[in-house]
Ligand binder design. Structure first.
Ligand code: HEC
Ligand code: HEC
Length: 393
């Protein structure tokens, strides 16, 4: 029953998405939504998602925004204007009062949010074409006039040089994905993958190095341990249904954004089995990352996120994955880099994963020193631990 409801609401979301974007390719998305549904139902958990106005105290313009997107959206606004949260929100003696309307900047921001919503709705047919960053580019006062003197225009390349360039037929998305599967070790090895355990460090965006351990079983059970110098040990788990965290502060449920991030990295197959994750996927050209030539695939997920996948043209391995999530105020970007691929039991595994996000909390570098595949993992680890016998004073 629960599964049906989730499946239904996903279909609805896909339809709503199509209507708002007036997608010509809508039909094909709905058709492939069937296969994408499986993915969507496993990546989205929990009952009907709450909107911000149902949870927060003083929402006037972001009505309808999923609660899980509030903090990412606030971080996007912060990054777009190049300011801190205190630019719009009151912090008295270290205590936040987010609902307060005391600061005029918050009122200006509301006007701007309304403006962006209106531009996207009326001029761009519901596409999130204009966001805060479009004008602000990291500053509170957008540049209004071209900066003089203008740079000299680039010389137009001679036509001859274009014509002599050897013509190359670009690979198709299917070929690139098939090559990636081979580069990882082949589908037989991938299908055999049942568990993974990893040990290493989690380097935060402000340079703190934390001890990090991950235990996973297919398809989506997870247990992680984060060892922090100041706040002790954070244990987190997901048992296929619900997520939790246990720390010196007690035990709590994880929801929304936190649950999403817990499961996103390193979801066992998310970056291994790419087939079937996209409603559309096509070749998007060539580029270079750190001097290495890469093939780019451009994809659109069933829930409307744009993705780019960058494959090493030489080895076929996935080097980078970028996501942009459409929201009411703009596209929220995220970038994951996969480095230091090593062989573990016949499979290539990245020992360094670099995550860049507009949210400093999620920006981090995870470096592993030990990765083991298919070793038995105690299944009870994934369940929420029982509350401690006596409450803390
Ligand atoms: C440029 C201004 C601006 C910045 C910077 C900003 N916010 Fe906001 N924030 C707003 C506005 C405007 C609202 C109210 C939106 C509405 O009325 O729908 C809001 C609402 C909120 C709320 C909901 C408050 C409530 O109970 O109604 C929270 C929580 C919040 N912001 C957190 C943050 C955090 C955390 C940061 C820093 C990462 C941040 N904001 C940065 C403008 C800003
Ligand atoms: C179409 C361009 C454009 C977009 C898009 C835009 N802004 Fe602005 N914004 C401006 C301009 C121009 C100003 C400066 C107005 C002035 O100088 O008086 C401004 C000023 C502001 C200010 C007031 C700064 C101050 O000094 O008081 C805030 C806050 C702000 N914008 C927030 C946002 C937020 C949040 C978004 C996204 C929801 C956004 N803006 C999107 C053009 C834009």
């Amino acid at each position: 029953m629960k599964h049906q409801i989730t499946a239904y609401s996903t279909r609805l979301r896909v339809l709503v998405f199509c209507i708002t974007l007036q997608f010509v390719a809508c039909i094909c998305i709905v058709a492939s939504a069937q296969s994408a549904l499986m993915l969507a139902t496993t990546t989205q958990t929990g009952p009907a998602k709450k909107t911000v106005e149902q949870v927060q105290k003083n929402i006037k313009v972001l009505n309808g925004l999923p609660e899980s997107q509030l903090i990412p959206v606030m971080n996007y606004i912060r990054a777009s204007l190049g300011v801190k949260c205190t630019y719009c929100h009151v912090n008295k003696d270290g205590k936040w009062d987010f609902p307060s309307d005391e600061k005029p900047e918050k009122t200006s921001a509301r006007e701007m949010i309304k403006m962006v919503q209106s531009i996207d709705k009326t001029t761009f047919r519901g596409n999130p074409a204009v966001g805060c960053y479009t004008c602000h580019r990291g500053s509170t006062s957008p540049v209004r006039v071209p900066q003089l003197p203008l740079p000299l225009p680039e010389p137009t390349p001679a036509v001859a040089s274009v014509e002599t360039a050897p013509k190359e037929t670009p690979p198709t998305a299917d070929q690139i994905l098939a090559r990636y599967t081979e580069a990882l070790g082949g589908s037989a090895v991938i299908e055999k993958l049942k568990t993974r355990s990893m040990k290493g460090t989690w380097l935060t965006s402000n340079g703190t190095s934390l001890g990090y351990e991950v235990y996973q079983t297919a398809p989506d059970k997870l247990y992680t341990v984060l060892n922090t110098p100041k706040q002790g040990v954070f244990e987190r788990g997901f048992n296929g249904q619900s997520g939790w965290e246990k720390s010196s502060r007690g035990i709590r449920e994880l929801e929304g954004e936190e649950l999403f991030y817990l499961r996103r990295y390193p979801d066992l197959f998310k970056d291994i089995k790419l087939q079937g994750q996209f409603a559309r996927l096509s070749f998007g050209g060539k580029d270079k990352i750190d001097g290495k030539e890469v093939y780019i695939l451009r994809g659109l997920t069933a829930d409307g996120k744009g993705e780019r996948l960058y494959f090493d043209a030489q080895t076929g391995l996935l080097l980078r994955r970028t996501t942009s999530t459409p929201t009411m105020v703009g596209l929220i970007p995220e970038q994951i880099d996969f480095e230091d691929y090593r062989d573990v039991d016949g499979m290539k595994i990245p020992f360094t994963i670099r995550i860049a996000s507009i949210d400093p909390f999620y920006s981090s570098t995870r470096k592993f020193t030990e990765i083991k595949l298919n070793v038995p993992i105690d299944e009870t680890k994934f369940n929420k631990p029982a509350a401690p016998p006596s409450p803390r004073p």
